[in-house]
Ligand binder design. Structure first.
Ligand code: AMP
Length: 190
């Protein structure tokens, strides 16, 4: 049973690699971005609340995100482990996650951080924007906001796991298959 945080800036390839990891390890994918987009599509109260933050590329408030993740963990029965994708994005979220997992006698095995330079991220997000239907992928200002928010609010989360000796960095540029191989060697070492 592994619980892994897949970390990286927007456009780092977290979603792509998560899909492959779920298939290989049978883990449950917990992407807060996907969950919010589902709520948005279904027009729930939570979706309406998250919408303005998402469309501007800003973070949804911690208590909202944490509550949603808690529900998802509690309703997932017989899980063989989770891949957390796009969560935690603040140190407060990371602390809350540790707390939630410890209530189920679980812990994070490690954080795998995909390293991708900013110019590559921009090109990838713009490419994705052509087909993703995501408002936040379509506009240079929003893309810049997301990268800025990542650098200022989310990057400290890597320090949180580094302090627990749980951080592994992976080069996120190159062939998808090679990046996947590098990630699996980290997981297989847990
Ligand atoms: P993502 O698909 O992970 O890029 O997330 C899309 C958007 O959803 C983000 O730009 C935020 O507005 C919101 N979001 C997703 N995950 C989180 C999180 N852990 N904390 C705050 N906001 C989030």
């Amino acid at each position: 049973m592994y619980n892994i945080v897949l970390f990286g800036p927007p456009g780092a390839g977290k979603g792509t690699q998560s899909e492959k990891l779920i298939e290989k390890y049978g883990l449950t994918h917990l992407s807060t971005g996907d969950l919010f987009r589902k709520h948005l599509g279904e027009g729930t109260k939570l979706g309406q609340l998250a919408k303005k933050y998402m469309n501007e590329g800003r973070l949804v408030p911690d208590e909202v995100v944490i509550g949603m993740v808690e529900d998802k963990i509690n309703e997932t029965k017989n899980a063989t482990g989770f891949i957390f994708d796009g969560f935690p994005r603040t140190t407060a979220q990371a602390e809350a996650l540790d707390e939630m997992l410890s209530q189920h006698n679980l812990k994070i095995n490690g954080m795998i951080a995909l390293d991708v330079p900013e110019d590559v991220l921009r090109v990838r997000i713009q490419e994705r924007g052509k087909t993703s239907n995501r408002v936040d992928d379509q506009d240079d200002v929003k893309i810049s906001t997301r990268i800025k928010v990542y650098l200022e609010e989310t990057l400290p989360v890597a320090d949180y796991y580094a302090a627990q000796n749980k951080l592994q960095k992976i080069n996120g540029v190159g062939e998808i298959a090679q990046i996947f191989k590098d990630i699996t060697s980290v997981i297989d070492s847990y």
